[in-house]
Design a protein around this ligand. Structure first.
Ligand code: GTP
Ligand code: ZN
Length: 316
């Protein structure tokens, strides 16, 4: 007991963040020296975690100490503000949902599905509309321009920030980088929307592979691919293809309504407790829908997800 409070000089306990996990090692960036990967300490986790059935996650803030062989040991994990299962990252406090205005075409149903998962995880979301250049001089210019207007009209009033970007032209990337300052963010979005291109635009010198086809054959398919945090200078981004296969297995049917912000806010005004906002009389959500204050596409997707969840429940 006594010894723990008297560390010898080279065993001083430090704090830091796990920025990478690979083959049983945790790479910790010391809080005192956050300058880059050169300062990372390759650590093992103490046996105590295994005994407790816990394991450190990328994103964790930890106490660690350096051991004799130039490596280190993780002694303690600080309480997490959030915990994602897939991708396995702790303390994510911002989700950037990336959707391209075209190629692939903007899919509001998928966007709402992402938002449900993010709301369920309790993480604030920013919507990033990528490939804006294609809305001006692409093959499907008019559709793309319309898609941008639709997203802003539907999502900004609910309280989601929308940032338009073009990695090709370097537009909006400074604004996005500014928004990421001080955060640990996760980028989510379907394959080919331009997530890697955005990260490359945000971080000078970063060279993530950017080609939808080779990604599909390569890293996008590796389910066991390790998670790594990218230091964007004043913030971190978890580079991970996770989130690609979204399903509702972790979500209870009764929780779905609370994952739609505009429904969550109105549900206390519904006549019935536990109102599903689908057929009940004096439902505040249905009334708002009637008045045009709740978006028809959002409500339709809510009804659709509800049906999907019920169907899944029947099958298992
Ligand atoms: N015109 C245009 N094309 C872009 C832009 N950003 C990305 N692309 C192209 O879109 C394709 C996919 O980009 P990636 O950055 O690999 O997309 P990703 O989302 O990382 O894809 P995955 O790794 O499969 O998830 C590539 O051919 C890019 O060149 C952009 O701003 N404008
Ligand atoms: Zn209701």
């Amino acid at each position: 007991m006594e010894e723990q409070t008297q560390p010898s000089s080279n065993k001083e306990e430090q704090s830091g963040r796990i920025v990478k996990a690979l083959s049983g090692y945790y790479y910790v960036r010391p809080a005192a020296n956050p300058s880059g990967s050169g300062s990372d300490i390759q650590c093992r986790a103490r046996g105590i975690f295994k005994k407790r059935g816990e394991s450190p996650l990328v994103g964790d803030i930890v106490d660690f100490e350096e051991t004799e062989n130039g490596e280190g040991a993780v002694n303690a994990i600080k309480p997490r503000s959030s915990e994602l299962i897939r991708p396995p990252v702790a303390n994510v406090d911002l989700a950037v949902l990336v959707f391209s205005v075209t190629e692939p075409a903007l899919n509001l149903q998928l966007l709402d599905k992402f938002l449900v998962h993010i709301e369920h995880a309790g993480i604030p979301a920013v919507l990033c509309l990528s490939k804006q250049d294609l809305a001006e001089n692409g093959v499907e210019t008019e559709e793309a321009a319309q898609a941008i207007r639709d997203v802003r009209r539907v999502y900004e009033p609910i309280g989601y920030e929308v940032i338009g970007t073009s990695s090709k032209r370097g537009e909006g990337t400074a604004e996005l980088k500014e928004r990421l300052q001080g955060h640990l963010a996760v980028f989510a979005g379907q394959s080919g929307v331009g997530k890697s291109s955005l990260l490359n635009a945000l971080v000078p010198g970063l060279t993530l592979e950017t080609n939808a086809i080779s990604n599909r054959l390569g890293r996008g398919k590796h389910t066991t691919r390790h998670v790594e945090l990218i230091d964007i200078g004043g913030g971190f981004v978890a580079d991970t293809p996770g989130f690609s296969q979204l399903d509702f297995t972790e979500l209870g049917i009764e929780e779905l309504g609370s994952c739609f912000k505009e429904m969550r806010e109105r549900s206390s005004s519904c006549k019935f407790r536990g109102c599903t906002h689908i057929h009940e009389p004096e439902c505040a959500v249905l009334e708002a829908l009637e008045r045009g204050e709740v978006s028809p596409s959002r409500h339709a997707n809510y009804v659709l997800f509800m049906a999907e969840m019920k169907e899944k429940k029947r099958r298992y």
